[in-house]
Design a protein around this ligand. Sequence first.
Ligand code: GLU
Length: 309
Amino acid sequence: MRTRLAPSPTGAQHLGNARTHLIAYWAARQCGGELVFRIDDLDSPRVKDWAIKQAIEDIRWLGIDWDGPPTLQTEHQPRYRQTLATITGGRNLAYPCVCSRKDIAEALSAPHESRFQGEGPVYPGTCAGYRDGAPIPPQLHCWRLRVSDETLVFDDQVLGRQQCNPARELGDFPITTKNDQVSYQLAVVVDDMCQNVDWVIRGNDLVASTFRQLELYRHLGCRPPRYAHVPLVRGVDGRRLAKRHGDTRLSHYRECGVAAEAIVGWAAHSLGLTDTAEPQKAADLIDRFDWSRLPKQDTVIDAERLFGL
Ligand code: GLU
C-alpha cells in the first residue's frame, strides 16, 4: 500500500481531518506500506499560507509520521500542463466551455440536481458541440471533460460497491478553471499517478469526485487506485463540522492543553477500534486498526462537550 495525506490548506485542520489522517496512517503502517504527504494548495485564493505550516504541525503533533518531505501541488504545474495537453490535444475528450453558473441554471428548465450532495446541477451540454481543431472561443472559458454515458463501478473498502452513470448523474466537469488553472480533479489524478499512490483514503464527501477521476484514469490509460471513503464527523445538527459547532481546530485543542493522545483515543473509539475513548498514542494503535470495524455512517459529535473544554 502506498497512500497519502492530502490536506487542503484552505483553513485549519479539524477533528474530522485528524480522523481521516489517522486512518491513512494506521492502514499504511499496519501493512508496512508507505504514506506520502501532499498539500493540496491549488485552490487559490482560498489557500492560506499559515494553514500549510499548521497542517504539517498538526499532523505531526497527532503522532503521525510520513515518508519523504511534504510536497505542494503548486510545485507540480509542469506535469499538470503536460497531462492537460494530452487530454485537450485532438481526441475530442474535452471542450472549451464559456458558460457561467447563471447560463447553466438558465439552460436547465427543470434543473437536474445530482443525487450526490453538494454537486450542483448536471451540466446541460451547451458547449459540448465543439470538436477538436475548431477555433477556441475568445471569451474566458474552462475546459470540460466529456464523461461517459455508462455505469461505472468501483468497490470501496468502507462503503462497498459504488455505481454511477457520470453523464446522467454528474455531467461533464471542468478540468481547468476560467483562469486557466488546472482543477482539483485533474491535479489529484496526475499526482496520485506520479506519486505511485495505489490507495486513496479520504472523506466520503468525495465519492462523486471519484467517478470523475475514474474517467480521467481511463483517458490517461492508467489503472486507478483502490479507494476507501471514510466517514465524516458532523455536528449535532447533522451538518459538516464548522465554526458554528464550536472550535474543533487541532491547533485550538493544542493551545488549550488537550493532549494529542486524547484526540487519538477519541478517534479510535469513534471508529469502533477501541472499547473506550481513553488517551492513546497513534503508533500504539497500528495493530488495532481494522477496516471491517469502521462505520459506514458519519459520526455526530457535540463538539462543545469533548475533551472537557
Ligand atoms: N484535499 C482534500 C481534502 O482535504 C482531499 C483530496 C483527495 O483526497 O483527493 O479533503
